[in-house]
Design a binder for this molecule. Structure first.
Ligand code: KG4
Ligand code: ZN
Length: 341
C-alpha cells in the first residue's frame, strides 16, 4: 500500500471555496479557505446563485494556493477528492466539475465525498490515533445527526433533527435579536455576558422518550414569542440573557442525547463535528459532562469544524483505502444522506 498518499481535496458545497492537500488522511499540508461571508452578510444569509458565481471566480486561485503552500505540483498528487453532496446544487457543481476536469486531464482517480462524512473525518486529522468505533455528533448549519461510526465508512444514524438544524436555529435567533449573519459565532460571543438561567426556554418533548432525535423549531418559536411579548409591552430586551438562555437549551439537548447514545452503544468516546462544534458553551459543557460520565469528548480545532477541504481530503483517503473511487459521471446530489453513495 502506498505509504504517502497525497490527496488534493476540493470543497464548495455552500459559501466557502476551499482546497487542501492531505497526506494519508491525517496530515494537512495546506488548507486554503476563501469565505464568501462578507458578500452574503448584506442579504442576511447565503444566496445560492451568488455563491455559485463566487466559487467560479476563485476556485482556480484557491487550488493553486493549496498546491503552492503544500510545495507540490499537480504531478505529485495521487488522487482528487471532492464534495458531491449534500449542499447547494450550483455551488457543489463548481467544485465537482473542477475536480472531474483535473481527474480527466491528469488521469488520476476521482473520489466523491459526502460532506457530512467529511465533517466527521476532521476528527481523524485532529486526533492522529483515533479509530472507530465511536459516537459522533454532527452539528452544522444544515445538519444535526447523532451517529454511531462502527468502522470507516460505516455509519448508523441514532438520532437527527426533525426540523431545524442546530446551526440554523442559532442563525435564526441571531437574526431575531439583530446580531446579523452568520449568527452562531455572534450568539456564542454575546451569550458569554448573559445569564443562561434568566429565561426558561422549553426543550422539545417527544412522546417516545427513547428517541435520540432533536427538534429546535419549538425552541425557536418560544424565543420569538418572548421577543414579541417584550416588544408589545415596550420592555427592554437583554440580548445577552436571551442568547445565553437559548444556548443553554440547545447545548443541554445536544449533550444529553450524545451521552445517552454512548450508553446505548456502550462506547466512551464522542467526536463532535460541524460548524457548531466550535461553540464555546458546547465545548465547555461537553468537557464537564464528559468527565462526570467518564466519556472522552473530542473536538477538532475550530478551523476544521467549519467548512474546509482538509476534512474532505481525510474522508476521501479512507474511501480510497476501502477501494471506492468515482467515475467521471459523478453528479452533485444536493440531499445526499449520511452513509449513502
Ligand atoms: O459546518 P458549517 O461551516 O456549514 C454547514 O455545513 O452547514 O456550519 C455553519 C454553521 C452556521 O449555522 C453557523 O452559525 C454555525 O455553524 N456556527 C456556530 C459557531 N460557529 C459556526 N454556531 C454556534 N457557535 C459557534 N461558535
Ligand atoms: Zn458543513
Amino acid at each position: 500500500m502506498d505509504k504517502d498518499l497525497k490527496i488534493l481535496a476540493i470543497e464548495s458545497s455552500c459559501d466557502e471555496t476551499s482546497a487542501a492537500v492531505v497526506v494519508d488522511g491525517r496530515i494537512v499540508l495546506s488548507n486554503i479557505i476563501s469565505s464568501q461571508i462578507d458578500i452574503h452578510k448584506k442579504f442576511g444569509g447565503v444566496v445560492p446563485e451568488v455563491a455559485s458565481r463566487k466559487h467560479i471566480e476563485v476556485i482556480s486561485v484557491v487550488v493553486e494556493q493549496a498546491l503552492e503552500e503544500a510545495q507540490i505540483t499537480l504531478k505529485d498528487i495521487d488522487a482528487i477528492g471532492v464534495t458531491y453532496g449534500p449542499g447547494l446544487v450550483g455551488a457543489l457543481l463548481v467544485g465537482l466539475q473542477y475536480a472531474k476536469a483535473l481527474s480527466y486531464a491528469l488521469n488520476k482517480p476521482l473520489i466523491g465525498v459526502n460532506h457530512i462524512e467529511g465533517h466527521i473525518s476532521a476528527n481523524f486529522i485532529q486526533y492522529k490515533d483515533l479509530k472507530p468505533p465511536f459516537v459522533c455528533l454532527v452539528v452544522s448549519g444544515g445538519h444535526t445527526y447523532l451517529v454511531y461510526m462502527k468502522d470507516y465508512g460505516k455509519f448508523e444514524v441514532l438520532g437527527q433533527t426533525r426540523d431545524d438544524a442546530a446551526g440554523e436555529a442559532y442563525d435564526k435567533i441571531a437574526r431575531a435579536i439583530g446580531l446579523g449573519y452568520p449568527g452562531g459565532p455572534k450568539v456564542d460571543k454575546i451569550a458569554r455576558e448573559g445569564n443562561p438561567d434568566a429565561i426558561k426556554f422549553p426543550r422539545a418533548n417527544f412522546h417516545d422518550n427513547k428517541t435520540l432525535d432533536f427538534s429546535f423549531s419549538g425552541l425557536k418559536s418560544s424565543v420569538l414569542n418572548y421577543l414579541n411579548q417584550k416588544s408589545m409591552k415596550e420592555e427592554d430586551i437583554n440580548k445577552a440573557d436571551v442568547a445565553a438562555s437559548f444556548q443553554k437549551a440547545v447545548v443541554s439537548f445536544l449533550v444529553d442525547n450524545s451521552l445517552r447514545a454512548c450508553k446505548l452503544k456502550n462506547v466512551n468516546k464522542i467526536a463532535v463535528a460541524g460548524g457548531v462544534a466550535s461553540n464555546t458553551c458546547l465545548r465547555e459543557t461537553f468537557k464537564s459532562q464528559g468527565s462526570k460520565n467518564k466519556v472522552d469528548v473530542l473536538f477538532p480545532e475550530p478551523i476544521l469544524c467549519t467548512d474546509n477541504a482538509a476534512m474532505i481530503g481525510s474522508a476521501a483517503y479512507f474511501e480510497y483505502m476501502r477501494g471506492n473511487t468515482s467515475s467521471l459521471n459523478l453528479n452533485a446530489i444536493p440531499n445526499l444522506k449520511l452513509g449513502e453513495r
